[in-house]
Write a protein that binds this ligand. Sequence first.
Ligand code: HEM
Length: 384
Amino acid sequence: MTATTTANPLDLLDNPFWYRDLPPERDVHSLHDGVYAITGNAAVRAALSHPDILAEHPLKASARAFGPNVLDADGSEHRSFRALLAPALSRGRIAEYQQQLMPDLVDALVDELLGVESSAFYDTYAHRVPYGIVCTILGIDRELESRFHSLTRPLARLLDFPTVESEQTHLNTAELLALIEEQRAERSGDGDSLLEKIERTRERKGITLSDSEVRSTALLFFIAGTETSSAFITSLVYCMGRQMFGMEELADETVRDAFIDETLRMFPPVQTAVRFAVEDVDIAGVTIPRHSAVLTSIAGANRDPRIFAHPDRFDVTRSHKDSMPFAAGAHSCPGMRLAKAEFGVLIDSIAGRCSQVAVTQDSRALESQAFAHPVDFTVRFTTK
Ligand code: HEM
């Protein structure tokens, strides 16, 4: 069954919890002008995994800004893009990052947080570890981190719906691509620059992607690996600060991992994944006509009361099997294991060195776009 609303999708998505504005008894909603919204857990999974619901669309802002890239490709081209990224995200590599790279970056951040009360956690601290990790993995000079950060943050809006695309986002994209190229020239020979690593993989695996596709892959890896994690670290610290658990409890690995999963369920940084139907498709008994835009609500899927009892309640004991913060289907996040390893190291360090993390002022507001995280709160880190 479908419900038709006259809601303008752009107005609707201004509300962080937009799925709540649609009739809860339906999973598939016809908005207007060939735009469909999908809100139920099983229906979102079915749409994201459906062979005739694709990511590619020439009008997507990300496709326009970055050219052909992993997020906007399908089929064999998409598999080639994924293959370029795979070596940097293998289990073995992640274990190395976890032991050799993450602890120093995390400890440096926690050194700064000890004794601090901040009302600007997201802007001041949340990006440090993700940018440190991704810059190091990709062989970017650490001195350029803050430049990369200021150029990259506005680009996250290009991956959103509704999209924010401006002359500035295009200028930022051009500058980032030039910086990536410059890093390759400066490091030429050591094989450690982002482009060199990806090009080596291209050659080794015989992948037929052009130089500009290789460059957009490098840039996408950078944006996807930094801004999602910065937003999520903000949510993680916020949930720690709401004192759902004491520091001793979080020091237990099982509790810690369930805490990360439950925070990911309640605050998925990517709230909406946008797709396009290339044929008429049936989702939850509703026919979505070909050429429709399909907005899948990851946030709605993660709070579907048929799957998650009392979905707005923070409960680490629940099963997270059906939670979808990293999406589902062909485009599901290849960085999931890296991200989870990063969050585990961060919680261990905070729990080991702080006697308390407390939110001392809270407007309970959520920024829902690019990428979702709590805003306008103050958090205090008390040293052990
Ligand atoms: C909290 C952390 C993260 C979350 C919640 C997250 C979530 C997601 C989601 C939902 C998608 C699918 C988007 C779509 O289908 O439209 C995605 C794609 C992607 N993510 Fe992540 N991500 C995170 C961290 C990372 C990290 C650390 C990396 C790499 C270092 C990464 C790399 C990517 C890439 C390359 C894609 C595109 C995959 C494709 O289109 O096939 N992500 N991510």
